[in-house]
Write a protein that binds this ligand. Structure first.
Ligand code: CTP
Ligand code: MG
Length: 228
């Protein structure tokens, strides 16, 4: 079996507000993209990695990952152009990996994800689950609102999870879910829309997504402490 990790890294990082696309922003001296790839390799459960970057930065990413692209690297790494929306980027990655038996889809922006979480997701796939996502209990109360900002509901927090990546799938299930042509903010939503069961396993606080300047500050501080 072949576990292929697809790494969406083609976003602009509008909410982060740095001068370059988010995956190329350095954290502790290395771009987020490089940290995410190192975590996937360190997990020991990934056979191949495909990264999706902005089209004009494919060459830049290949340069950053030069040490990973050669035959000396235990895990082959490729870079392909992503698309306008995250869903388009993942679709491009799926097309570049026809050999996959399982996919892991893992945001470059979750640069500090522990390799042990990646290994736990793959272990659940190997145990026979066809769709596996990590999630954490939410700590804020979540409300739905209408266009005017008036509250329309307060779901019971105990039944909610904040979902992370890597998200793991049987390859044919993810291929079929993407063939429907829908858009979503995560991959599991497309599989759910397809009617498949998605299993949630405990996530990791360190798998948080670097989205805002506060997140970037936290990530840089955590890496600086780790490297002390
Ligand atoms: N992503 C992608 N292709 C896109 C949009 C997003 O590959 N067209 C990737 C991002 O690079 C990121 C992950 O999907 O690794 C999660 O998306 P998000 O955190 O929203 O990143 P950005 O879209 O870059 O940020 P923003 O929405 O603030 O612009
Ligand atoms: Mg985005």
């Amino acid at each position: 079996s072949r576990v292929v990790a697809l790494v969406p890294a083609a976003g602009q990082g509008v909410r982060l507000g740095e001068s370059m696309p988010k995956a190329f922003v350095p954290v502790g001296g290395s771009p987020m993209l490089t940290l995410a790839i190192d975590g996937l390799i360190a997990s020991g459960v990934v056979d191949h990695i495909v990264i999706m970057t902005p089209a004009e930065l494919v060459g830049e990413a290949q340069g950053l990952l030069a040490g990973h692209l050669g035959s000396a690297c235990p895990v082959p790494v490729g870079v392909v152009p992503g698309g306008t929306e995250r869903t388009d980027s993942v679709r491009a990655g799926i097309a570049a990996a026809p050999q996959a038996s399982h996919f892991l889809v893992h945001d470059a922006a979750r640069a500090l994800t522990p390799p042990t979480l990646i290994a736990r997701v793959v272990a659940e796939l190997r145990a026979g689950h066809s769709a596996v996502v990590p999630g954490l209990p939410v700590t804020d109360t979540i409300k739905s609102v209408d266009a005017q900002g008036d509250v329309t509901g307060t779901p019971d927090r105990a039944g909610l999870r904040a979902i992370q990546t890597p998200q793991g799938f049987e390859a044919d299930l993810l291929r079929r879910a993407y063939a429907a042509g829908l858009q979503a903010t995560d991959d599991a939503a497309l599989v759910e829309a397809f009617g498949a069961r998605v299993r949630v396993i405990p996530g990791e606080p360190m798998a948080f997504k670097i989205t805002t300047p506060l997140d970037l500050h936290l990530a840089r501080t955590l890496l600086a402490e780790r490297d002390e």
